[in-house]
Design a binder for this molecule. Structure first.
Ligand SMILES: Nc1ncnc2c1ncn2[C@@H]1O[C@H](COP(=O)(O)OP(=O)(O)OP(=O)(O)O)[C@@H](O)[C@H]1O
Ligand SMILES: C[S@@+](CC[C@H](N)C(=O)[O-])C[C@H]1O[C@@H](n2cnc3c(N)ncnc32)[C@H](O)[C@@H]1O
Length: 795
């Protein structure tokens, strides 16, 4: 039925020519299910596109039932990996399935009935009136399969059809494919990365070599039927075949211990013993080639219009002459070749930056970093007697470091195995699959001088005095890996379970080889773990980087690695020389930079919310707000602290004051919390004035942005506005005395970088500032996270 003869294809021409297919001969009989496997980038999709008539191959021919394929034949359907781009979001599920049937001359009633039947076959009998975006990924892929089924194509092509769904759904869909295939005796050509899957569903497994792709194996799968996920996979023939396919994919001639296990082989880089076929291209050997389709799938259409309501109906006119099973008009449809290899629409659904950390959620991190016990108590004499249970004493042990979790300083991250100084890392790409930090005793011998072990103990060449230096240097590398993960949204893609680096690279728009290195580092840091060679899943720590979890740390990592921010940090030596922030010299004042770059401003707003999580509830619960009638949150950002206070003190009303553009973005936050009626929103400039007449003013992380002079200006404006019996509450990370590590010292480096004269202050420095502004310190209430409420009264 399908006959492929000497099929070759070269992309581009001249020096840029790239031969993807190298002369393929393949026959598929009627009713067969043939799986094509091969290393990533070997040409599987190119083969499929040639069969589907989506590209015109450079040489050879493809015959379908004796007819040469020149363009997409009518009796062919395609199911793509990326269901979210192959279904029309503006058509109901039933209409999506029915749409191609118009090509068959069926009337509307017949189409509807055929769609209903097909949906029932895939277990979606009740979904016809829903829209694709109302269904889970697995259900959407069922719809794609139903659409193909309804069409009854002579040949069904499936390109990584289950690559975008979780493991359980994947198994269900594999079984569904087997079921419908035997029901309709369909001929199916299925492309997959997954060796196990190819053996499980295939009657034959055809193995392609690396580009230019040629067939290096064609194995018949004779497994007792009916197949099922447990017993079939345990069957000795299955195990044998899987190993055989694994060896062929890797180009390994001898049994390799791990070959039979890998569900997702990586390209040549994994191959322990490259064969002659792998040999020629030396260092470019593993490169996936000039893969214009996969190099940056996001670049073209991140959202791909999937949300665009299009007033289309079932009745629009046929425009295309091509595919059957796929939607027809080319608007983001599979058959217009550019979509074929682009699985990226997934990335758009993760809502990347927009997660709104939940201020209601009590913060598990609050008690975590335990440095508080070492922190000397701030000047209690100036702080006044702790007056109530909410005051100082019981909180002392909570003085912890919330931002250590954000990993920007790396100091809390346990030192990974073979975390070598940069000078020696390059030469030591350990193919180890065990990413758990190993005890020092397990550390490889003969390490280069300066190499550190998991525990940070020295090997030859490193002495104890160097340890903090190497630790800080390594911290930058670890942070960069984290920043990459956060920027690319990898944690979101890993949300549903483990993925191979190749798959992840495709979804995140990354170079797989570069991403693999980043993931090796992340695994060593405990952010992900390896479940199979080059397959990773999130650890509990890694999951905090997902955009959709409460208190997601993704925005924190992205903010700290944001271009201007990062530049400023890099200019600290210069800032220290001149006393002027290198950031300000280049970008102007920080808040002007945020205003001019709203996307960074939004990121910063999110960051301020998550970094306050360790203490935000405690502001409301540990400080005694009794007697307070109106609380003005001066420069309150999104108002998350004010919201927390309003929530737990129903007799307090609030005023959120910040710059106009910030305040307007905060209203929604209060509306969501049902607090908008209890809060006023005022935009303005605190150097001019702040809303007058309230009896409590809260300034959280505000004064630390400014020089003494500017701080006094702001505080004087508060003094002007406050009632005589009012109180001023500064929420700041107060620098403790002594050489102890403290979050305030980390934050202070950032203040230095971004503001120059903005700084973290000791309690006596606050006393001085307050005095100049007409206030006197009344007490200090310590909160979790190394933060305090510094309370002052009008003097
Ligand atoms: N339009 C194109 N222009 C230039 N080169 C291309 C183009 N499409 C694919 N290639 C290259 O041809 C080779 C085969 O690509 P193809 O997408 O067919 O591989 P694949 O086996 O399907 O990959 P994967 O398993 O990663 O999906 C790759 O090296 C790719 O970079
Ligand atoms: C570090 S953030 C603190 C936000 C919030 N208080 C918190 O603790 O999360 C400082 C805030 O000061 C605001 N701000 C900066 N300059 C301002 C000005 N001139 N007038 C009013 N607000 C200003 C910023 O918009 C920002 O929201």
């Amino acid at each position: 039925m399908l006959e492929i003869t000497n099929l070759s294809h070269t992309y581009g021409s001249g020096p840029n020519a790239y031969q993807a297919l190298g002369g393929i001969d393949l026959k598929v009989a009627e009713g067969e299910l043939v799986c094509i496997v091969g290393p990533s980038g070997c040409g599987k999709s190119t083969l499929l596109r040639s069969i589907a008539g989506l590209i015109r191959p450079s040489g050879g021919e493809v015959l379908l039932n004796g007819t040469r394929i020149e363009q997409t034949p009518d009796n062919l359907a395609v199911v793509f990996q990326d269901y979210s781009r192959s279904l029309f979001p503006w058509l109901s599920v039933g209409d999506n399935v029915a749409l191609p049937l118009r090509r068959k001359g069926m009337d509307k009633k017949q189409r509807k009935e055929a769609a209903r039947e097909a949906l029932a076959e895939v277990g979606l009998e009740n979904a016809a009136s829903k829209y694709p975006w109302q269904l889970s990924g697995g259900m959407q892929q069922r719809v794609s399969i139903a659409r193909a089924l309804a069409y009854r194509p002579a040949l069904l092509l499936m390109d990584e059809p289950f690559g975008s769904v979780d493991a359980q759904t994947r198994e269900d869909l594999e079984d569904l494919t087997l079921r419908v295939r035997s029901l309709h005796n369909m001929t199916i050509l299925l492309i997959t990365h997954d060796i196990d899957e190819s053996v499980y569903v295939g009657d034959r497994v055809v193995v392609l070599s690396k580009s230019p792709a040629g067939i290096v194996g064609d194995l018949r799968v004779d497994l007792p039927g009916p197949r099922d996920q447990i017993t079939t996979r345990e069957h000795p023939d299955f195990v044998h075949l899987r190993a055989e396919v694994g060896r062929l994919v890797r180009g390994v001639q001898e049994p390799a211990a791990s070959a039979s296990k890998s569900p997702s082989p990586r390209p040549g880089e994994d191959a322990p013993a490259p064969t002659a076929a792998d040999a020629p291209e030396s260092d470019t050997d593993d490169a996936p080639g000039p893969d214009t389709d996969t190099s940056d799938p996001k670049a073209d259409t991140p959202e791909d219009g999937t949300d665009t309501p299009k007033p289309d109906t079932d009745t629009d006119t046929d425009t295309d002459t091509d595919t059957a099973g796929a939607p027809e008009d080319g608007a983001g449809t599979p058959e217009n070749g550019t979509d074929v290899s682009d699985p990226e629409a997934d990335a758009s659904e993760d809502g990347t930056d927009v997660s709104e950390p939940d201020t209601d959620t009590s913060d598990p991190k609050a008690d975590t970093p335990e440095d508080g016990t070492d922190t000397p108590k701030p000047d209690t004499d100036t702080a006044g007697a702790p007056e109530d249970g909410a005051g100082t004493p019981e909180n002392g042990t909570d003085v912890s470091d919330p931002e250590a979790d954000a990993s920007e300083d790396g100091t809390d991250v346990s030192e990974p195995t073979a975390n070598t100084p940069e000078s020696s890392t390059d030469g030591a790409p350990e193919p180890s699959t065990d990413d758990a930090p190993k005890p020092a005793a397990d550390a490889p011998r003969n390490l280069p001088a300066g190499t550190r072990t998991a525990s940070g103990a020295e090997t030859d060449g490193m002495s104890d005095p160097q340890a903090p230096i190497w630790d800080a240097i390594g911290g930058v590398s670890r942070f960069v890996a984290l920043a990459t993960m956060a920027e690319l949204g990898c944690a979101d893609e890993l949300r549903d379970g483990p993925l191979s680096v190749d798959e992840l690279a495709l979804r995140c728009g990354a170079n797989p080889l570069a991403l693999a290195r980043v993931f090796r580092q992340l695994a060593a840091m405990g952010i992900v773990t390896t479940t199979a060679p080059d397959v990773y899943e999130l650890t509990e720590a890694g999951a905090t980087l997902r955009s959709d979890v409460p208190d997601s740390l993704r925005s924190a990592v992205r903010m700290i690695s944001e271009e201007g921010f990062w530049y400023g940090m890099g200019r600290v030596p210069q800032t220290v020389r001149t006393g002027t922030s290198g950031f300000v010299e280049r970008y102007g004042p920080f808040y002007g930079y945020l205003k001019a770059n709203p996307e960074v401003g939004a990121l910063f707003g999110d960051y301020m919310v998550v970094r306050a999580q360790p203490f935000v509830e405690a502001v409301a619960s540990r400080y005694d707000f009794s007697g307070v009638r109106t609380l003005v949150d001066v420069a309150g950002g999104k108002g998350h602290i004010l919201a927390a206070v309003l929530k737990s003190h129903s007799d307090v009303s609030g005023v959120l004051f910040d710059q106009d553009q910030v305040v307007s973005g905060a209203k929604e936050f209060f509306a969501e919390a049902g607090l908008e009626d209890r809060c006023k929103f005022v935009g303005g400039d605190f150097f001019t004035s702040v809303p007058a007449g309230a009896d409590a003013y809260l300034l959280s992380s505000v004064i630390h942005n400014w020089s003494d002079e500017d701080s006094v200006r702001i505080l004087r404006n508060v003094r002007e506005a406050i009632t005589d019996d009012g109180r001023l509450l500064l929420v700041e990370s107060v620098v403790p005395d002594g050489d102890v590590p403290h979050i305030s010292k980390d934050i202070d480096m950032r203040m230095l970088a971004l503001f120059g004269e903005g700084m973290e202050r000791s309690i006596s420095q606050y006393v001085e500032l307050l005095d100049k502004a007409g206030f006197r310190l009344s007490r200090q209430v310590e909160l979790p996270g190394g933060v305090s409420i510094v309370e002052a009264l009008p003097a």
